[in-house]
Design a binder for this molecule. Sequence first.
Ligand SMILES: O=C(O)CCC(=O)C(=O)O
Ligand SMILES: [Fe+2]
Length: 261
Amino acid sequence: MEMSKTLNEFRVGSVPTVFYIPDFVTESEHHHLLKTIYDAPISKWKSLTNRRLQNWGGVVHEKGLIAQDLPPWLTRITERINEKSGLFPSSVNHVLINEYLPNQGIMPHQDGPAYYPVVAILSLGSPVVIDFTPHPNLSCRVGAHGKGAEEKMSDQEAAVMNSCEWLDNFHPFSIILMPRSLLIFKDMVYSEYLHGIKDSEVHGCNRVVNVTNVQNHGVVQHSSGSVKGLDSDDTFICRANTRVSLTCRVVTKVHKSIFKF
Ligand SMILES: O=C(O)CCC(=O)C(=O)O
Ligand SMILES: [Fe+2]
């Protein structure tokens, strides 16, 4: 990341709380991170049905984080994320490392209330497309301004809800995550959108909002109509390799130990 640039210069798309920073780590750091991740004991990996993950920083419980110090090879990265973004209230204290084979992904989801509503995702390995979709309940929640469902909306509030204003502002969008890039999203994108990665080897790019960031890499292809599920002239990327991502967050409630003395 160029020192002179402010975070705002990395904003992408039409929502104001998504940032895409290319080249956040160097080629050499990329290589060493992957090596260190794969040098971890096999027991460090937890296998899920559609991906593997390593959990660093401790276990997240309902009541907060049973904290464990992050290893220095991770704090070197998380401290840079803290410093360059200026968006976290304290040091990043939790890192989830996800590994995806080319036909694996992660279902559309929200990260939930245990975390401070800022996420920084460092990408390694194969490029992928991450999709953001407005939460199905969004219309109710935005329209009611946080009121309980049983509370009645005023006519004015109902008018706001039905106006094009929010409809125009909340639509699906996608971002290509190149290796070595950092994606940051926060606030309403954290709370009002779902994010997910399709479990297919081909990812459509028609809704990608950061195409200019990836133009030089030659990864985006144009369909001639012969790729399954794509219309002619649709754009797409092919995932040939494994992707590894580091999801860096702050768990606000921290317990040093589960034992009381
Ligand atoms: O791998 C990614 O880019 C997304 C990971 C994610 O959404 C999560 O760990 O909650
Ligand atoms: Fe997530």
